[in-house]
Ligand binder design. Structure first.
Ligand code: ZN
Length: 152
């Protein structure tokens, strides 16, 4: 659902995710960033590294989940919120479900590869999913990136 009551903290975490997306941009990666927050604490902050790691599964969300589980020593993250600049793909939404994340906040929608069009039932029914936070900033980075690629 489109979120309407994001807090100032939500906004701060999304700004952090956007700065991760900008790092990806500078590294020639599709600019997507994700941060994982547990009880107001930053646990993981990652960006897409598909090119750098030569790994098609190295999406920002996957890296954030893996890193958070490693640093917390936990296989489930039930008290966590994942902030991500773009609508998660089906793979990432599957991983989000397996990790029992309580809440997902994403910025911009993604009509081609986002889970909403391909697998709308993939999230766990108990997972709260909100989107539209700093949507324009998140989308603008993607547009700039692909525009720049076309020019090359
Ligand atoms: Zn993904």
């Amino acid at each position: 659902m489109k979120g309407t009551s994001f807090t100032q903290k939500d906004k701060q975490w999304m700004i952090r995710a956007i700065s991760e997306a900008k790092k990806a941009f500078e590294e020639g990666e599709v600019p997507i960033g994700a941060v994982l927050v547990c009880e107001d604490k930053l646990i993981a902050s990652c960006h897409n590294q598909v090119e750098q790691l030569a790994d098609a599964t190295a999406h920002a969300e996957m890296l954030a989940l893996t890193s958070a589980m490693a640093s917390l020593g936990a296989k489930y993250l039930p008290h966590s919120t994942l902030y991500v600049t773009l609508e998660p793909c089906v793979m990432c939404m599957g991983a989000i479900r397996w990790s029992q994340i309580a809440r997902v906040v994403y910025g911009a929608s993604e009509s081609r590869f986002g889970y909403c069009s391909l697998a709308p039932d993939s999230p766990h029914p108990a997972c709260i999913i909100e989107h539209g936070l700093l949507e324009n900033e998140c989308r603008e980075l993607m547009l700039q990136f692909f525009e720049q690629r076309r020019e090359k």
